[in-house]
Ligand binder design. Structure first.
Ligand SMILES: Nc1ncnc2c1ncn2[C@@H]1O[C@H](COP(=O)(O)OP(=O)(O)O)[C@@H](O)[C@H]1O
Ligand SMILES: [Mg+2]
Length: 604
């Protein structure tokens, strides 16, 4: 991902290759291809109609002097008459208005349809990404990047491509008309345009670079906000408010400076375009008027007006090109970003296993070595071997950072062991169908995340087609029914961001109900009780005992009462197993475990 980000900072030239990168988007337009085609028909029609405007308008202005002259025989309509020309103009505007309306509406419809599909695909893809993807991409930056990429593509599909086409047609058509009216004057005019264009390109490039930088800054500041607000309790607890505010201030100041600087350049750019444009127009008006003088003028009055109007229109078109061009470039960058996500390998694609053998719950690690993909040089697990039988309980103790959670991550198939084997019922975790594997596992973590929605929905998360009765039974077994029932809205009580705030113990019991409902044969409790006060801990502990009945449990804990009952205890330190055995055996060993117990470092 970071590689691609760097790539996008380089301006993308509109070469055949870079336009091909938009293919990803064309894929989303395809289902609406016919409608899109109709939109293009209207675009071509309205653009052509636009070209007739300076022609007729020039005629109108040029004929005012001799309104009574009969029409010249060369006119295809009787356009020698002022009223007729004016009427023709009204008809033209009417037609153009109609065509433009359909063009705008149709392009908009197609765009919104395609973007809906694109949004859905991007989200589905992200949800299915391996955990590692989220280690390398900050969630805040990811969401703001994706949403700004989509806005960029929306803008481009909806208007930029059509505008770009329109302006090109106006320029090409305009040049043809101009040469037709007076090739001499056309040459004079064209001699001024390329100079303007060159300087405009130079300007445009610089401005684009600045705005790209600004985009990155604003993504970064979004990340700061997201981080601070989602961890607000921590921020406050560490009286870290000012630190965060300063961090944000520094960032917004830099963003402001950057945007102010780019504003100055933008201003210069606009002034430059205006000055050169008007300068060029005055120059051409002057030259053109000279040509209309004399007894046998090179240029008719009508032709002169048409020329001036075409030139103004073309000038405006040329002036708008750099922005449109830049927009298309940005859309290419945005497409690339999104396509990288959409074409990225999801977990399911990366995972080859397909086994769906019945899982009974025997777990074995054979000489497992593992390092996280971002820190390949640091082994987090080293020659880990252990085995637990079906329905047994394994307790893992050890200091924070010892690698306890990592063991569960391997079991859940979040990551693959670099060496050795992780086996469930003798089958390697990577050989199981990933969904099937996870359906047979449940985890109750330390920090339970409740999704916005009702308590019912949150418990049903464990088994989406569970009946209300099943949910209630699970809630009762989880010691959660009492507090749920005490809410006026019961199971329908809203929780999460916009709902009521539950205590740690209550959330924990909802998570337990969730796990009970799922009824897995392997249960993982990762410090499930470590954040609780003793009152809710007792309730949670009871609920956990219910949950652990008749299944294999892997318990990461520091409560002696839980650990003592375990069939096997692993004492971990720095990714290695220091001691293994049951409570009795480890006490007799008089090693680290016995030491922890005697120092009462394990809670009672
Ligand atoms: N996603 C990750 N990427 C890189 N290193 C990680 C990641 N998660 C954990 N670690 C590192 O792995 C080590 C073990 O972590 P963990 O298994 O979470 O420890 P425990 O659960 O025992 O506290 C720690 O040093 C931690 O910094
Ligand atoms: Mg942990």
């Amino acid at each position: 991902m970071s590689e691609a980000k760097k790539d996008n900072e380089k301006p993308q030239k509109l070469t055949k290759k870079s336009i091909l990168k938009l293919r990803g988007i064309f894929h989303y337009l395809k289902p609406y291809g016919f409608m899109y085609f109709i939109g293009w028909v209207f675009l071509v029609l309205s653009t052509s109609a636009g070209l007739v405007f300076p022609y007729l308008m020039g005629k109108l202005l040029g004929t005012t002097v001799n309104a009574s002259t009969p029409a010249a025989s060369t006119d295809f309509l009787n356009l020698g008459n002022v009223t007729n020309v004016a009427l023709a103009l009204f008809v033209l505007f009417g037609i153009q208005a109609l065509f433009s309306f359909f063009r705008v509406v149709i392009f908009n419809n197609v765009t919104e349809n395609s973007l809906r599909d694109l949004r859905n695909d991007a989200f589905s893809k992200m949800v299915f990404m391996p955990l590692d993807f989220f280690n390398t991409n900050k969630v805040g930056e990811l969401t703001s990047r994706v949403s700004s990429d989509i806005t960029q593509i929306q803008e481009t599909l909806r208007t930029t491509i059509a505008e770009f086409f329109r302006q090109i047609v106006i320029i090409v058509g305009g040049i043809a008309f101009l040469i037709f009216i007076s090739w001499k004057l056309a040459l004079i005019m064209l001699a001024t345009v390329p100079v303007m264009a060159l300087i405009a390109v130079f300007f445009g490039r610089y401005i684009r670079r600045l705005s790209k930088e600004a985009q990155n800054f604003s993504a970064h500041s979004n990340a700061i906000v997201e981080e601070a607000l989602s961890g607000i309790a921590n921020v406050k607890a560490f009286t870290n408010e000012h630190f965060n505010i300063n961090r944000f201030r520094k960032n917004t100041q830099e963003l402001r400076d950057l945007n102010v600087r780019s504003g100055v350049w933008r201003g210069l750019f606009v002034s430059f375009i205006i000055f050169c444009l008007f300068g060029a127009i005055v120059f051409i008006v002057w030259q053109g008027l000279l040509m209309t003088q004399g007894a046998n003028p090179e240029l008719s009055k009508e032709g002169f007006y048409q020329f001036v109007l075409f030139t103004i229109m073309m000038g405006a078109s040329v002036g708008s090109l750099p922005d449109l061009y830049a927009n298309i470039q940005k859309a290419i960058g945005a497409t690339e970003n999104l396509m990288e996500i959409i074409n990225g390998k999801s977990e399911l694609e990366l995972h080859v296993g397909t086994q769906k053998n019945e899982i009974l719950g025997q777990i074995e690690f054979q000489d497992v070595r593992f390092a996280y993909p971002q820190r390949k040089d640091m082994d987090v697990l080293n020659s880990i071997s252990f085995k637990i039988e079906r329905n047994q309980t394994l307790a893992i103790v050890g200091a924070s950072g010892a690698g306890k959670t990592t063991i569960t991550n391997l079991l859940l198939g979040f990551y693959q062991a670099d060496n050795g084997k992780v086996l469930i019922d003798g089958v390697s975790v990577s050989d199981y169908d990933l969904n099937y594997l996870r359906e047979n596992l449940a985890i109750v973590p330390q920090d339970v995340l409740l999704f916005s929605g009702s308590i019912l929905e949150n418990i049903r998360f464990g088994l989406t087609d569970a009946t209300d009765e099943q949910v209630i039974v699970a809630a009762k077994q989880a010691n959660a029914w009492e507090f749920i029932d005490s809410f006026p809205e019961g199971l329908q009580t809203e929780v999460g961001d916009r709902g009521i705030q539950l205590s740690g113990g209550q959330k924990q019991r909802i998570a337990i109900a969730r796990a009970l409902l799922k009824n897995p044969c392997i249960l993982i409790l990762d410090e499930a009780t470590s954040a609780l006060d003793s009152e809710s801990e007792r309730l949670v502990q009871d609920a956990l005992s219910n949950l652990m009945k008749d299944r294999t449990s892997l318990v990461i804990a520091h409560r002696l009462s839980t650990i003592r009952k375990a069939d096997k205890i692993l004492v971990m330190k720095d990714g290695r197993i220091e001691e293994a055995g049951n409570h009795q055996e480890l006490m007799e060993l008089k090693g680290n475990y016995a030491n922890l117990v005697s120092l009462q470092l394990l809670d009672n």
